[in-house]
Each structure stands twice: as structure tokens, then as C-alpha cells.
Design a protein around this ligand. Structure first.
Ligand SMILES: Nc1nc2c(c(=O)[nH]1)N[C@H]1C(S)=C(S)[C@@H](COP(=O)(O)O)O[C@H]1N2
Ligand SMILES: [Mo]
Length: 412
């Protein structure tokens, strides 16, 4: 018997264990009469399902989810940098790579998750539904993991398709916070299942020589499905794959000047102001403001760079851009390009992407341009005419189009 400890005494092991023991206590057995349909014993006769299969699919998913989470986190921090975060301007195509990986691993997770859910879904009908409170909590955490994983994958696909209709909140905010939820639930799940997984890999149960698909065959099929999805979409970022990318919503050579358009000038409501001959680019620096017409900009030293637009949605495409170095404009306004950062504003009056901040590494980079030309011709109106920002190693959302004003921010 456990007796109450005296004050001042250390808690006895028996007392310390009372709560966990309570949580592990068997719950009352529900009435057998409720055991109907899929809850019946032997309701799922497939011999393909095994702990080893589930473990293999789980391992593949864990790898894909981890890459997807880390690359997504990187993209989030570039767009909303905390004070400790630092993102370089080179290699110029690094963001294109990390964000391409984000979307590819996310899409490849869809068949993997589907197969994994198939491999365990008879357990949904486990009998009894809850053996103990610990068991009930474990099942609830799996429900949370499945729900948040599905939310991330479905939300991601809708975002790639730019179909925000059914979402009652701003997509990236939900996607970001649910990512933490997913990873938290995933860590709990892996922690709980690790012994089972280890066992399944160390001592695989002998496969029943049955008819039909083998476990290898199933894994091969799922792997092939993941591969096909990858090939059918990766062409939006890996140009040589474009011809087989039948599912990619954007081909890297579609759109005016052989470059896709995210938001058109009409959509942004800037047509009239962009085409106005009175257009001026204002640069505000320590020595005051200067205003340059399009001719004035074209009279400055021009530079040509080959840089991609790499959209968060996963498509990317390379362009040859010609224009004025941001550095040179900052110098004209009396700023120090070695230390300054810059706030770039669009002619666009509203919208989430009307401004962006160019941090010091990108200001210092000689490839950062206010571009006037793309692929050998003046910028198309939809690509940001009269002038747009293009900088190495930045997400598309930060490559501001229809630039109207640059404010030099001196390092404090
Ligand atoms: N002012 C403004 N600039 C913008 C945007 C926008 O909506 N408004 N969209 C951004 C996004 S999300 C991308 S991917 C790129 C796409 O550039 P493109 O349309 O020239 O390909 O522009 C960026 N610049
Ligand atoms: Mo974008």
C-alpha cells in the first residue's frame, strides 16, 4: 500500500508512479456488440501490410518532410528575417535550389503519405479503440499528425495552383504555423515508434509468399508514383525537364519575353501610372531626393546579368536583365553602398508585394539591378516596365516590379 509521505521526506517511488500508472491502467472493454464492419476481427485480410512496410514508408516520409520543413523555414526567414538571420547574395541560384527542393519534396510526399496511410489504416479500427489513457493520447497525436500533414500538402498544392478560394486565412501564415505543428507531432510520433521501427529493420518478419503484389512491388509502385509526380512538375524549375512536366502550372518559358508572369500590370492596377511619360524613379538618400526619368535611367551606366526569378510557388526561370546597378543609384543619392540597405517601393498602391527591403549583402552585390530590359528588349509591362528590381539569390516575391521609389537606409 502507498501511504502519504511525511512532509519534508522525498517522494517515494510508489507515489511518483501513481499518475503514470493511472494513465496506463486498462480502460473498461467496450461492449462486443459495437464491434461491427471494419471493427470486426480479420476485416482487413491483405498480407501486404507489415510493420516493415510502414517503417520503410515512414522513413522516406521523415526524410522528405525534414527537407521540406528546413527549406520552407529558410524561405520564411528570408521573407521575414529575424535579427539573427543572415542570407547571402551568392550563390545566385541558391534560393532557386532550396525552394525547388521544398516544392519537389512536398509533392513527392503525397504518394508516400497515401501509401503509408493505406498501410496503417486498419488500425483506425483497432479494438478496443483505447486501451489506456496513454494509448488514447498516442492515437490523438497521430490524428493531429495526419491532419496537419494533409493540411500542409493540400494547402501547398492549392498554392502552386494559385487557388486560394477555399482558404479562410492568408495561405503562407497558416502554412508556416502548421509546419511547426506537423514537425512537433512528427517528433512525438518518431519518438514513440522508434523501438518498433528499429525492430522492424533489425528483425524483419518473414514475408508470406502470397499471391499478387509483394512488399517490394508495392514500394516500387509508390516510388514510381513519387518519381512521376516529380518529373511531371519539376520542369517548372529544371528547364530541361519542361517537356515532360505536364502537371506543372507554369513552364519556365511561357509568358511575354519567354518568362512566366506572376501578377500582371492590369491585375496590380498600375497600367496607367507605368505608361505615364511623367514617370520618375525617386531615390531618397542622405543628401536628399533625386528623380530620374526612364531616359535618365537609360543614360546611366548599364549592366547585364543572367539571373532567375524563383517564385515561392516552385516555378523559376532565367532571364537576361539589363539596367542600372542599385549601388550606383545609392551613390547618386549620397548613400554608402558598402553599408546601406534599401527599401524599394512599387507604383502598385496595395498588395502584399508592393515593397521589399534589399539587405546589405544584396546591395553590395554588383548583380543587383534596377532592370530596364529583359532578354534583349525593354521590359514588358507585365514584367515591371518601366523598371524592376532583380537581385541574386532572392525569392520572386522580393523582386519588386514597377519600381517608383528607393529609400536608402543607412546602417545605424
Ligand atoms: N509590385 C509587385 N512586384 C512583384 C509582385 C507583385 O505582386 N507586385 N509579384 C512578385 C512575385 S510573387 C514574383 S514570383 C515575381 C514574378 O516576376 P515576373 O512576373 O516578372 O515573372 O514578381 C514579384 N514582384
Ligand atoms: Mo512569386
Amino acid at each position: 500500500m502507498v501511504r502519504d509521505a511525511h512532509p519534508g521526506m522525498t517522494t517515494s517511488p510508489a507515489r511518483r508512479n501513481r499518475l503514470p500508472n493511472l494513465l496506463r491502467q486498462p480502460l473498461p472493454q467496450p461492449p462486443e456488440a459495437l464491434r461491427l464492419g471494419p471493427l470486426r476481427e480479420g476485416a482487413f485480410p491483405s498480407t501486404l501490410r507489415s510493420t516493415r512496410l510502414t517503417s520503410q514508408l515512414g522513413l522516406a516520409l521523415a526524410v522528405a518532410f525534414t527537407i521540406c520543413f528546413l527549406t520552407g523555414l529558410t524561405s520564411h526567414f528570408i521573407q521575414h528575417p529575424p535579427s539573427w538571420f543572415w542570407w547571402p547574395s551568392r550563390p545566385a541560384g541558391l534560393y532557386r535550389f532550396t525552394q525547388g527542393l521544398h516544392v519537389i519534396t512536398g509533392l513527392a510526399s503525397i504518394p508516400l503519405l497515401g501509401a503509408k496511410l493505406w498501410s496503417v489504416y486498419p488500425r483506425l479500427f483497432e479494438w478496443p479503440p483505447a486501451r489506456s489513457i496513454v494509448h488514447a493520447i498516442e492515437r490523438a497525436s497521430i490524428a493531429l499528425l495526419v491532419a496537419s500533414a494533409l493540411f500542409q500538402l493540400i494547402g501547398g498544392v492549392l498554392n502552386i495552383a494559385r487557388w486560394y478560394g477555399p482558404l479562410p486565412f492568408y495561405f503562407t501564415t497558416g502554412h508556416y504555423w502548421v509546419a511547426w505543428l506537423t514537425v512537433g507531432a512528427l517528433l512525438v510520433h518518431v519518438g514513440v515508434k522508434l523501438p518498433v521501427v528499429r525492430e522492424a529493420f533489425v528483425r524483419p518478419a518473414p514475408e508470406e509468399p502470397g499471391r499478387g503484389l509483394s512488399r517490394r512491388g508495392l514500394l516500387g509502385t509508390v516510388g514510381a508514383a513519387a518519381g512521376v509526380i516529380t518529373l511531371a512538375t519539376a520542369g517548372q524549375t529544371i528547364t530541361p525537364l519542361a517537356p515532360v512536366s505536364v502537371l506543372a502550372p507554369r513552364r519556365s518559358t511561357s509568358g511575354p519575353q519567354r518568362l512566366p508572369v506572376n501578377k500582371t500590370a492590369a491585375g496590380a492596377g498600375v497600367r496607367d501610372r507605368a505608361l505615364d511619360p511623367a514617370y520618375r524613379l525617386t531615390i531618397a538618400g542622405p543628401t536628399g531626393e533625386i528623380a530620374l526619368s526612364l531616359d535618365g535611367l537609360a543614360a546611366l551606366e548599364q549592366h547585364t546579368v543572367v539571373l532567375p526569378i524563383a517564385c515561392v510557388e516552385g516555378w523559376s526561370a532565367t532571364g537576361t536583365w539589363t539596367g542600372v546597378r542599385l549601388q550606383d543609384l545609392i551613390v547618386l543619392a549620397g548613400g554608402d553602398p558598402e553599408t546601406a540597405s534599401a527599401e524599394v517601393e512599387s507604383l502598385e498602391q496595395g498588395g502584399r508585394y508592393r515593397t521589399s527591403t534589399v539587405a546589405s549583402p544584396h546591395v553590395r552585390d554588383r548583380w543587383t539591378l534596377i532592370a530596364l530590359r529583359l532578354n534583349g528588349a525593354p521590359l514588358d509591362l507585365d514584367h515591371g516596365y518601366p523598371a524592376r528590381l532583380i537581385a541574386p539569390n532572392r525569392p520572386g516575391v522580393l523582386q519588386t516590379k514597377w519600381v517608383a521609389r528607393i529609400t536608402v537606409q543607412e546602417a545605424s
